[in-house]
Design a protein around this ligand. Structure first.
Ligand SMILES: [Zn+2]
Length: 247
């Protein structure tokens, strides 16, 4: 073998070994979760990292959903804020989420009935309450300005949380108070759903329905999952955060 050919052959062999070893040492991608909360956390990670995957919305998918019926894996009770669309921020498609939205995710008889329909008739196993940063409904509740029309009916649902926090944490003011109200109001909304709906309460006691609460950050796109009190199942304990690793 000529020296130049020999050098080339050795070089190619070394390159091949390098590629093989590199593949062996490369971190394997995390498996895609199949549990309801895991799917939402995974989808939010894709969204927050700008790697949204377009779900199927073609005619065959629509036809199948019409003939087979819907089987959403999560009820999402969220604020109506136009910057917080659940299907986008959790990267989900047609038939995946049963969404109940009001400004400030407040609970009325009508939206309790919607939640009950999902958990009882559609057998949806997870109820997520999703608050978000800079929530106008929370800011309106904290404001001293008089509110017009039906708005006082809405803020009345958030006022007990504000009153309690002002008593227990009188030092909290401005943004710190607002952020704390947003988090406590998510927990309060889950408690309200559980207290007011015997159907939800029984399904939760039987282990057929779980709760989760999160706060969506308008700027980062990340949902921070809150640790729930033990009577709500204490789910999820881990992970506390999802999304950007550098966050
Ligand atoms: Zn809001």
């Amino acid at each position: 073998m000529k020296p130049i050919v020999k050098i080339l052959a050795v070089g190619l062999l070394a390159a091949g070994v390098g590629v093989f070893v590199g593949r062996m040492l490369a971190p394997k991608p995390d498996p895609i979760p199949t549990d309801p909360l895991g799917k939402l956390q995974y989808g939010n990670k894709l969204f927050a990292n700008g790697k949204l995957v377009m779900p199927p919305v073609d005619e065959m998918t629509r036809y199948q959903l019409q003939t087979d019926g819907q089987k959403p894996f999560a009820v999402v009770v969220s604020c109506s804020d136009s910057r917080v669309p659940p299907e986008l921020i959790f990267n989900q498609g047609l038939g995946d989420l049963f969404v109940v939205r009001t400004a400030g995710h407040v609970i009325s008889g009508e939206n309790l009935a919607s939640i009950e329909y999902a958990v009882e008739h559609l057998k949806t196993p997870l109820i997520v309450v999703l608050g978000h940063s800079h929530c106008g409904a929370v800011q309106a509740t904290l404001s001293d300005k008089p509110l017009a029309g039906h708005l006082p009916q809405l803020t009345a649902h958030i006022e007990p949380v504000v009153r309690r926090l002002r008593e227990t944490h009188p030092h909290l003011k401005g943004d710190a108070l607002s952020e704390r109200v947003i988090r406590e109001h998510v927990i309060h909304t889950i408690q309200t759903i559980r207290e007011r709906s015997a159907i939800v309460r029984e399904l939760h006691a039987e282990g057929k329905v779980q709760f989760a609460g999160g706060v969506y950050d308008l700027r980062t796109g990340v949902v921070e999952w809150l640790k729930l009190p033990a009577d709500l199942g204490g789910e999820p304990s881990t992970p506390a955060h999802t999304g950007r690793e550098s966050h």
